[in-house]
Design a protein around this ligand. Structure first.
Ligand code: GDP
Length: 408
């Protein structure tokens, strides 16, 4: 059964990395934590390990699927795998618009690598709010500080630390919540969060200052507060960091080890607290009659605009992954799209599916905000804007609009 969420509780994200940095492992661990792969609370005895590994194996397909859903704290995180980050054509690049935010994974030893630079360029083109996960912090030679510096130097990004590895590979310190997060068990199943004591807090005082000053550069009221020596609360810090991240001014950095599950849970919180909902991105906003974020019904009542972002063979048939920005779609509806050479094509959508990893289930109706799989389209492909036949519109017109921020 498809579980529906209000649009402000959805995060459509991509996870990008240079090969071997740990993208697959991190995706797996996010699913593990959110219970999509295995309920952490159910890991009790010796057999659990085997079950977990078996489960993991059987979900191999999950990890490489074009769309995987993770449910966390009343939010839906949709992890979208856009095609060919390196081999980019205009069509593939256009398909990046399906994302509202991304997590860039870096190897804690190797730092920024060539493919990280490619991903960063694409991310910058779409002004995609981004988080960094500095992974493999358990490896000898891993250096969080050095990687933060290379992010600044080689990408020209402004990284701000949010969680840091501390003491050993079992603990991270949270610079906003002022907590120590400890992980134990072979797969980091047990998680203990406790307030950070004064001596640990002193050791990270410099990082905390960097974080606050980094945020303050983009927020005058926050700057006044910090400069007056008035310690901002976690809620104030999250809110100010969120605005700076959404504007693309800064990139919050999380440290950890996906393999050991270290630092993954704070990253999930970060995805929800710092990355935008579909309503906060320009493509969706362009369809809102005004800046209010409560106009979802009006978006549904308008003519269809959707983006095809990936074509995949499924059960031997051609299927098209599509994100709906405006309007609704039913099986049997016609959609119109134009090819880069100007040819205009109208085709009929035979079936619509909700997808989660390897599972697909039929839908009678898809709404604005949904990401669905369409069967029956023979010519629609990656990067095409699908419209109501009587209301043609191209999505690229929207690219240049500034994001309209409507924050609670
Ligand atoms: P991808 O190519 O980016 O998807 O990378 P993978 O997730 O497949 O990981 C590449 C290799 O690095 C695998 O052998 C992983 O087990 C290993 N790996 C991933 N994360 C970590 C980590 O946090 N620590 C260590 N030591 N190895 C890791």
């Amino acid at each position: 059964m498809k579980q529906s969420y209000p649009l402000d509780r959805i995060r459509n994200i991509g996870i990008a990395a240079h090969i071997d940095a740990g993208k697959t492992t991190l995706t797996e661990r996010i699913l593990f934590y959110t219970g999509a792969l295995y309920k952490i609370g159910e890991v009790h005895d010796g057999d659990a390990h085997m079950d977990y590994m078996a489960e993991e194996q059987s979900h191999g397909i999950t990890i490489t699927s074009a769309l995987t859903k993770a449910h966390w704290n009343d939010h839906l995180i949709q992890i979208i795998d856009t095609p060919g980050h390196v081999d980019f054509t205009i069509e593939v690049e256009r398909s990046m618009r399906v994302l509202d935010g991304c997590v860039i994974v870096l190897d804690g030893v190797r730092g920024v690598e060539p493919q990280t630079e490619t991903v960063w360029r694409q991310r910058s083109k779409f002004n995609l709010p981004s988080l960094f996960f500095i992974n493999k912090i358990d490896r000898p030679g891993a250096d969080f500080d050095h990687v933060m510096q290379t992010i600044g130097k080689r990408l020209g990004a402004k990284p701000l630390p949010v969680t840091l590895p501390l003491h050993n590979e079992h603990t991270v310190i949270h610079l906003i919540d002022r907590t120590l997060i400890e992980f134990s068990g072979e797969h980091g199943e047990q998680l203990r969060v406790k307030p950070c004591d004064d001596s640990d807090w002193e050791r990270v005082a410099g990082y905390r200052e960097n974080l606050l000053l980094g945020i303050a550069e983009h927020d005058e009221a926050f700057a006044d507060q910090v400069l007056a020596g008035d310690e901002p609360s976690p809620a104030e810090t999250w809110a100010a960091l969120r605005i700076a991240t959404l504007k693309g001014n800064v990139c919050p950095c999380f440290g950890g080890s996906a393999l050991r599950n270290l630092g993954v849970q704070p990253l999930i919180e970060g995805i929800i607290k710092l990355l935008p909902s579909p309503l906060e991105r320009p493509a969706a906003n362009a369809f809102l009659p005004d800046e209010s974020t409560t106009q979802v019904e009006m978006i549904n009542n308008q003519p269809l605009v959707a983006l095809a972002f990936k074509v995949q063979m499924w059960d031997g048939r051609r299927h098209v992954f599509t994100r709906i920005y405006r309007g609704q779609l039913k099986p049997g509806d016609h959609v119109r799209f134009s090819k880069p050479d100007g040819t205009v094509i109208t085709e009929h959508v035979a079936r619509i599916f909700d997808v989660d990893a390897a599972k697909k289930s039929r839908l009678d109706l898809a709404n604005a905000g949904d990401i669905v799989l369409l069967a029956g389209l023979r010519h629609a492909s990656t990067g095409d804007t699908l419209c109501h036949p009587d209301h043609p519109l191209l999505l690229e017109r929207i690219d240049t609009r500034e994001p309209v921020l409507s924050l609670a």
